[in-house]
Design a protein around this ligand. Structure first.
Ligand SMILES: Nc1ncnc2c1ncn2[C@@H]1O[C@H](COP(=O)(O)OP(=O)(O)OP(=O)(O)O)[C@@H](O)[C@H]1O
Ligand SMILES: [Mg+2]
Length: 566
């Protein structure tokens, strides 16, 4: 994942925070809505109270039926109506437009009904007066005995009582009784004019009362509707508040559950993302401290640990290279040390050898000269054979020992080369010429190739010795028969000499020892020839190497600098 550590941390913290924030924001919004709705509930409650006030005044008006109570009633209606009208359009929309329009229509109808009722009540009052007036007239008519016989005063008085009761109670019973009495009055023969007027007044009163009752009924229906609407508004707002509270509660619970489960999950995942590459680095560091420098930090994340891992791996590369070069240096040091020990060994061996050779040299010379004299003085013809053979043997063995002592002295010689400008090919040819003269290479086919410029600074005599030893070894290896190839050519400021023979070759285990002093595979060899060659080449700051294949041949490769010291 190509995210930086701080990105990962931000995500890990941001997601739980976001959940908490969403939860809080939703709750805040719901609480705000609840607050608004509480305002609406208050408005609805206020309207309900005002409706109750209207209804109370309505009852008073219906009870007292006077203009004064009508006014109270109208005041209550206008207060209620003003309250309804003062509610802003926005609130109306939120609470319920239809309810409000129904409310407004109902108020209007209610007000109209109240007014009609007042008019009816006023009409009622006139009619009540008229009924009373006509009743009184009928009473006095009957009292003056102008009546027809069967209309008794008692009947009239009873009629008037029933009339008063009806006006007082206005219920069905009193109506029925009064109506029955009136029917009775109507049924009297020769009905008087007062009777007719009284009946007509009562009938009018009946119908006005009926209308009033109907109006009251209508008014009450509308009033009840007003109550119902306002109560419904309050109840619906309360219901909305309750559902908001439930919703808020549910949202908070969901946010809490999400926080409880997702919060730790995100924090854990983020921590893992951050810690994993560091842990890997830690593991690798531990392996490295245990010595395994081949370990490398895996590069997976592209965060801050990416460059850390890169630098870490770079550092390890350097460390590994340093260790490798240190190991190489150590190896070189060991080799040099071995060489030093070897050269120390050779030096002390040389000292010992030169001491012994020096001591042996003079007596050996004396023995050689004495043997030579003895041989010359010996009467060969008359001497017994055993004497002759013994003197010959002493002479040849002395020669051999002399050569060994000579080699030893040469090997031990500590002095440096006496340099001169020489042509290598001349030295090689000189040695070959001498060997041809002695018949040493009579059956050897030799070939020498040399580049033009092969002049170097070297000790001519020492180089002669080198060629003598190498050519002699080649002739020995070929048992005096074969081909000897010599090539001399320039190589990078040096001269390279290759001497190849077609002899028996050197076994791989012997190849390592051929330059060791006294190593020989020959019966009469000293094993000093190649040791001397090695010493001479080293004294000229050159290199010598050998490669060989058993039964095929051997090649010695010598590199000598053109200028001594370069
Ligand atoms: N050209 C060659 N082919 C095969 N073997 C060789 C050759 N040159 C040297 N050797 C081997 O290396 C040995 C050491 O050679 P080195 O010249 O030092 O001593 P040597 O020849 O044995 O004795 P010396 O030189 O005193 O006569 C030889 O005995 C021989 O086994
Ligand atoms: Mg030799």
């Amino acid at each position: 994942m190509n995210l930086k550590i701080w990105h990962k941390m931000s995500i890990g913290i941001a997601i739980p925070s976001l959940i908490a924030m969403v939860g809080v924001m939703l709750s805040y919004e719901y609480v705000n809505k609840v607050k608004n709705r509480q305002g609406f509930v208050q408005i609805a409650d206020d309207l309900s109270e005002k409706v109750l006030e209207v209804r109370r005044n309505e009852k008073n008006f219906v009870l007292h039926k006077t203009e004064e109570y009508y006014k109270y009633c109208q005041d209550a209606i206008s207060t209620f109506s003003n309250s309804v009208n003062s509610i802003s359009a926005e609130i109306v929309v939120q609470v319920g437009k239809e309810d409000f329009s129904l409310l407004r229509n109902s108020i209007h109808t209610y007000s109209v009904f109240t007014h009609s009722l007042l008019q009816n009540y006023q009409q009622e009052a006139g009619l009540v007066e008229q009924v009373r007036e006509e009743g009184r007239k009928l009473e006095s008519f009957v009292a003056a005995e102008k009546h027809i016989n069967h209309l008794s005063t008692d009947f009239i008085l009873n009629l008037r009582r029933l009339e008063k009761n009806y006006m007082l109670f206005r219920d069905i019973d009193s109506f029925d009784r009064l109506n029955t009495a009136l029917l009775e009055l109507k049924s009297t023969k020769h009905i008087c004019i007062e009777c007719i007027q009284y009946i007509s007044a009562i009938s009018s009163l009946f119908s006005v009362y009926q209308k009033s009752d109907s109006l009251v009924n209508d008014l009450q229906v509308v009033g009840a509707r007003l109550e119902e609407i306002t109560n419904k508004l309050a109840a619906s707002e309360r219901q909305k508040i309750s559902s908001f509270l439930t919703l808020t509660q549910r949202n908070l619970l969901i946010a809490l559950i999400l926080l409880l489960f997702l919060g730790p999950f995100f924090v854990y995942t983020t921590a893992n993302y951050i810690v994993a590459p560091i842990k890997r680095l830690d593991d690798i560091t531990r392996k490295i401290t245990e010595g395994d420098l081949t370990q490398r930090a895996p590069i997976r994340e592209r965060d801050e640990t990416y460059s850390l891992a890169l630098s870490f791996n770079k550092m390890l590369d350097h460390l590994q290279l340093t260790q490798e070069s240190l190991e190489k240096s150590m190896e070189l040091l060991r080799e040099k040390q071995a060489l030093l020990v070897e050269s120390e060994k050779l030096a002390s061996l040389g000292t010992l050898a030169s001491g012994v050779a020096h001591e042996l040299n003079n007596p050996l010379n004396n023995i050689y000269l004495a043997t030579q004299t003895l041989y010359n003085e010996l009467d060969i013809e008359h001497s017994p054979g055993i004497v002759k053979e013994s003197v010959k043997d002493i002479f040849s063995q002395t020669l051999r020992v002399k050569r060994i002592v000579g080699d030893l002295l040469e090997f031990a010689r500590g002095k440096g080369p006496e340099l001169g400008r020489i042509r290598i090919i001349d030295i090689a040819n000189k040695v070959l010429k001498r060997m041809t003269a002695t018949g040493e290479i009579a059956r050897v086919e030799y070939n020498i190739q040399a580049a033009e410029d092969t002049e170097i600074d070297a000790d001519g005599l020492m180089l002669e010795q080198v060629f003598v030893n190498l050519f002699s070894n080649a002739v020995d290896a070929m048992s005096g028969e074969g081909s000897l190839n010599i090539s001399i050519g320039p190589v990078d400021g040096s001269v390279r000499i290759n001497i190849s023979d077609t002899g028996r070759g050197i076994s791989p285990e012997n190849l390592l020892k051929v330059f060791d002093p006294f190593f020989t595979t020959k019966e009469k060899g000293t094993g000093l020839g190649l040791a001397i060659v090695y010493n001479i080449i080293k004294k000229h700051n050159g290199e010598i190497d050998v490669k060989s294949e058993v039964n095929k041949g051997t090649t010695f490769m010598i590199t000598l600098p053109r200028q001594h010291g370069s």
